[in-house]
Design a protein around this ligand. Structure first.
Ligand code: GLU
Length: 469
């Protein structure tokens, strides 16, 4: 059975790059009816925080990347790591190293002076007498010669010479096991078959493979994912946009849209751009992962978000809008049903928060009309037609988009003006700007009372302008 794992270190929040890794692990497990494990790598006690753990769990939950097993916490597994270290100290796969900081610094300096690669030279490898008052570190006895071949599923065959790999510290002097070591104990104990992770870990892989063989474990299949860069080609960071994936939720991204965007960063299936979650599961395979880095493109992510907004069931979006309304202090009870807003605005908004922003006038009066729109559209020529509009709309039998449409058409015909010539001033009067859904739909959503009040206000403004000459 395929078993993948996502193994974040809670030294930071869940960012876009990690989500893409999590997504690929999750998709691969789903597509092979396998198991997706979540493992929190929190052995770095100083830099790991509960807040980051919560951010990671919350982010994954929002995205729907639920683990089949876990979350496991490495901090719960210390005993097991210490057991392996003891075993290795006993059978010669590891040894105590008593070198002091000063000694290692001197070694380094000398190697640099000689133009050599700086590395631990294995001086404690064949046994050193304990030094008084020094708590030793434990080092893994890496093979001295030969090669480690990583048959990477993305990068192809990558060879590392053992002589390039020095003896890694697997337990610090305070006894705490270190990252590369805990990873292999867990990958082995958890029967991980596929390690899919960022290619910043590729250099760790030969060390991990050596340790896995010391453990007598089978080596998983590795797939190292190319980096995600900013559009300027630099490593993705805060200045390229949101760092914490939860910011995308706040901005009104749909989780499936963000996942769709991320799946295409480094993976392709022909030139298809839009994928539902089920399609991703059906079509995803490691073969489709690209070798080169890809750039995060905020415009494209917005476009994709809109495609998913257009495709999503209106009821689902309406539910999501409730939270965003609350966040914006907007009372959803104070206007049309959210489902109707979704229908009217989904083609006009890239995110749900943009939708909230755009439909605000349906729920709340605005303070001022955009000056430019006012100047251009609320002109004395429309004074009489607008008076008719007020009159007719106040007396409409039924407040529906159709009846509004009919009324507007007949008034325009009566005054012998084009529909747009009447629709635009109405729109400006009722929404405060010159852009909105079709005028009949807009008025219907705003409701009769607000519409008439706003048209009345506009008539007063136009009259004032007419009087001023
Ligand atoms: N904990 C590591 C990280 O957050 C990932 C380890 C791995 O995937 O092997 O970068």
């Amino acid at each position: 059975m395929v078993k993948t794992r996502f193994a974040p270190s809670p030294t930071g929040v869940l960012h876009i790059g990690s989500v893409r890794t999590a997504l690929f692990c999750w998709l691969y497990a789903r597509s092979k009816s396998g198991c997706f494990v979540l493992r929190i790598e929190d052995t770095d006690r100083e830099r790991s925080t509960q807040k980051n753990v919560d951010a990671i769990l919350d982010g994954l939950d929002w995205l729907g990347l639920h683990p089949d097993e876990g979350p496991f916490y490495q901090s719960d597994r210390l005993e097991r790591y210490l057991e392996v270290i003891d075993q290795w100290l006993g059978d010669g796969h590891a040894y105590h190293c008593y070198c002091s900081k000063e000694e290692l610094a001197a070694l380094r300096a000398k190697q640099m002076e000689n133009g050599e690669k700086t590395r631990y030279d294995g001086r404690c490898r064949s046994g050193t007498a304990p030094k008084e008052g020094v708590d030793p570190v434990v080092r893994f006895k890496n093979p001295i010669s030969g090669e480690v071949i990583v048959e990477d599923q993305v990068r192809g065959r990558v060879a590392f010479r053992n002589e390039e790999l020095d003896d890694l510290i697997i337990a610090r002097s305070n006894g705490m096991p270190t990252y590369n070591f805990t990873v292999i104990v867990d990958d082995s104990d958890m029967d991980i078959t596929h390690v899919i992770r960022g290619d910043d870990h590729l250099n760790n892989t030969p060390r991990q493979m050596n340790m896995l063989s010391a453990l007598g474990a089978t080596t998983p299949i590795y797939a190292h994912l190319p980096m995600i860069l900013g559009q300027d080609g630099a490593k993705l960071s805060k200045r390229h946009g949101a760092v914490d994936v939860r910011e995308y939720r706040q901005q009104g991204y749909l989780p499936e849209a963000l996942l769709n965007y991320l799946v295409r960063l480094g993976w392709s299936h022909g030139d298809q751009e839009i994928f539902s979650i089920n399609q991703m599961i059906e079509l995803f395979d490691i073969d489709g992962i690209n070798q080169s880095a890809s750039a995060f493109n905020p415009e494209k992510s917005l476009w994709l978000n809109q495609q998913h907004i257009i495709a999503a069931p209106a009821e689902d979006l309406a539910k999501k809008l409730v939270t965003l309304f609350e966040k914006d202090d907007l009372n959803a009870e104070n206007g049309p049903a959210l489902v109707t807003v979704v229908e009217a605005f989904r083609e006009r908004a890239n995110t749900l928060s943009e939708m909230v922003h755009k439909c605000r006038y349906c729920y709340e009066d605005f303070d001022v009309i955009e000056p430019k729109a006012q100047k251009k559209h609320l002109r004395p020529v429309v004074l009489e037609p607008m008076r008719d509009v007020l009159e007719e709309l106040s007396n409409l039998d039924k407040w529906t988009a159709e009846s509004i449409d009919q009324a507007v058409k007949s008034i325009a015909a009566r005054h012998n003006i084009g529909l747009g010539k009447l629709g635009q001033p109405m729109r400006v009067a009722v929404t405060g700007s010159s852009v909105s859904p079709p005028i009949d739909v807009t008025l219907y959503l705003v409701g009769r009372e607000r519409t008439c009040k706003r048209i009345e206000q506009a008539i007063r403004l136009i009259a004032k302008r007419a009087n001023a000459g």
